[in-house]
Write a protein that binds this ligand. Structure first.
Ligand code: KG4
Ligand code: ZN
Length: 325
């Protein structure tokens, strides 16, 4: 089964073609980093406009690279949320249009579930269930439990900023540019974790997480130290604290649940230090997508559409009747 995936939930316009859920025939991502960088974050209206300008070309390029035409596609998968509403609408409208003209059915998909799926593209055969799956991105820091049937249950989430958002805000405080994750990642490689950051605790004893206190600490430290600030050391300390928090959370739930695999997904899972720490901690039970499938991409969307249709036999709505915003 050949599936066309479409992803426009934030600032990446992406179309991919995936055969049987794992064979990626093409995966095109048109990044809008240059558009949003001067603003230090994603401007929703600009994101929608650029998706609109780019989507057709990205779609044509994906077909061309895969060496097929639309007639070879069996199913279309499209992200419908969560994300920026105007941005999502561009992808959904495009999917509806292609579906209507070609008669190919489409299936609307959840972005967080797509991130979890991203690690199954390359590692599906090795991953053993039940598993714990972290989705750590610009919009989410959510820990899920996947049972033997791959049913998903939310265990813990951030109550305020997501980890990726904290990376982006940290970089913005330092005027480094956007997105902050890869930039802080690079600085941290040459630094020592000499700063002691606060480890947030929930006053109600909940397993949820919070990162706004860390953000405030970073801002105060930058203001207080001024010219004397050692950016590399602060970046290394920040990364170490984030890794400590996420690993501790996984370990806590490993004690409460039977778990055979640990999955790390979402844009922040591209982080070199985080990948290293998780690998050291969880060894062969640990799985992470290649960086190209960590950040937003449509291959994970196409792969999830296949999984829903073929492996779970889920019903989905045909053509343009699904989801009217
Ligand atoms: O999954 P994603 O592409 O989009 C959302 O669904 O949010 O994640 C984007 C986030 C951004 O906050 C970006 O700074 C972060 O992922 N990110 C990283 C790295 N690469 C991207 N964070 C830390 N280290 C990286 N290497
Ligand atoms: Zn995402």
């Amino acid at each position: 089964m050949i599936v066309l995936g479409i992803e426009t939930s934030c600032d990446d316009t992406s179309v991919a073609i995936v055969e049987n859920g794992t064979k990626v025939l093409s995966s095109i991502v048109s990044s809008q980093i240059k558009v949003h960088s001067p603003f230090g974050g994603v401007v929703p209206e600009l994101a929608s406009r650029h998706h609109l300008q780019n989507i057709r070309y990205v779609y044509e390029e994906a077909l061309k690279l895969a060496g097929i035409t639309i007639n070879h596609i069996d199913l279309i998968g499209v992200t419908v949320g969560p994300g920026l509403l105007g941005a999502l609408l561009v992808g959904l409208s495009f999917a509806k249009g292609v579906s209507f003209v070609s008669g190919i059915p489409f299936i609307p998909l959840n972005h967080i579930e797509c991130h979890i799926q991203s690690v199954f593209i390359e590692h599906g055969e090795k991953i053993r269930l039940p598993a714990l799956a972290f989705v750590v991105s610009g919009g989410h820091t959510h820990l899920f439990y996947l049972n033997e049937k791959r049913e998903i249950k939310l265990l813990a989430k951030t109550r305020d900023d997501a980890v990726g958002e904290t990376y982006d805000k940290f970089a913005r405080m330092l005027d480094l540019g956007y997105p902050g994750g890869p930039l802080i990642d690079r600085f941290a490689r040459e630094g020592e974790p000499s700063y002691k950051l606060p480890i947030p605790k929930m006053s109600d004893g909940s397993d949820d997480m919070s990162f706004s206190g860390i953000k405030t600490f970073l801002l105060r430290t930058i203001q207080k130290e001024g010219e004397d600030l050692n950016i590399k050391d602060l970046a290394a300390s920040f990364q170490k604290t984030i890794a400590d928090i996420l690993i501790d959370k996984v370990k806590k739930f490993e004690r409460d649940y039977t778990v055979k695999s640990i999955l790390l997904t979402g844009g922040v899972s591209a982080n070199s230090y985080l990948r290293k720490r998780f690998k050291e901690e969880f060894e062969d039970r640990f799985f992470v997508p290649s960086p190209e499938f960590s950040t937003d991409n449509a291959a994970m969307v196409a792969s999830l559409a296949y999984h829903k249709r073929e492996e779970k036999g889920e019903f989905f709505q045909e053509c343009f009747s699904a989801l009217n915003f």
